[in-house]
Design a protein around this ligand. Structure first.
Ligand SMILES: [Zn+2]
Length: 239
């Protein structure tokens, strides 16, 4: 594999183009960030041919870079001082307090979560916040799973937390239940739905009518909770 870095001008801004040569038949474009493009190139293909291809794809590239910029701006806003977050369905304010420290410490006080330390690194704030949510999830989700499992006479083989970005939970055919850490942002009734949904997979490993009948018997207003997740879920998961 050969990696070459080039620069390209698109609409007046400089974009870094990472060319990765590999044994392959065709070229593939990937947007890596607001100003970064990756191109998978068949080994031995000359650069003018690559850039000719990029010219042809300029419209697609422009659009991809623009949406990457939008996503980054949104992520920045969410990790900024004063941003609003949810815990068990209630809003709280995230405060960033810069201090000369290499680490970050999260302190909860009076309905406000303050990150003390090196707040410049957006990704470090994100990771710290996720770690904080994990502690909340451990305290809330585990006992809740236990209580609901007992109530419905179920015995999952194991219960753990996950940090997946696309799904709220999972249940394997061996009875291992995983619940997404990020669900503690949602109201309690919605968390119950996520848990009941996965626990109901212990007897139905599909989304058949029979499965939904079991869910409905365990949480009669599950449709409302499911709709809440449909409406707000992506925002709660994708960060
Ligand atoms: Zn399911």
């Amino acid at each position: 594999m050969v990696v070459v870095l080039r620069q390209m001008n698109i609409d007046g801004s400089t974009v870094t183009v990472e060319l990765i040569q590999r044994p392959r038949r065709s070229m593939e474009l990937q947007i890596k960030g607001p100003n970064q493009l990756r191109v998978l190139v068949p080994t031995g293909l000359a650069e003018p041919a690559v850039f000719g291809f990029l010219e042809k794809k300029a419209g697609w590239i422009r659009q991809g870079l623009a949406s990457a910029a939008e996503r980054e701006a949104a992520a920045q806003a969410r990790m900024s001082d004063g941003a609003q977050w949810l815990l068990l369905g209630k809003l709280f304010t995230l405060r960033l307090q810069s201090a000369a420290s290499s680490g970050l410490e999260f302190v909860w006080k009076d309905g406000c979560l303050t990150a003390n330390g090196c707040c410049d690194d957006l990704n470090a704030v994100r990771k710290g916040l996720l770690k904080w949510y994990r502690v909340q999830a451990e305290a809330y989700v585990f006992p809740r799973v236990e209580a609901l499992a007992r109530q419905f006479g179920l015995a999952p083989r194991s219960v753990s937390l996950s940090e997946a970005k696309k799904r709220w939970g999972s249940c394997t055919n061996r009875g291992a239940v995983r619940i997404n850490t990020r669900c503690v942002q949602a109201p309690r009734s919605v968390i119950d739905y996520v848990i009941i949904h996965e626990l109901s997979h212990l007897s139905h490993l599909n989304h058949s009518r029979a499965f939904w009948a079991v869910v409905a018997a365990r949480q009669p207003d599950y449709a409302a909770q499911r709709n809440w997740l449909k409406q707000y879920g992506t925002k709660l998961l994708d960060w």
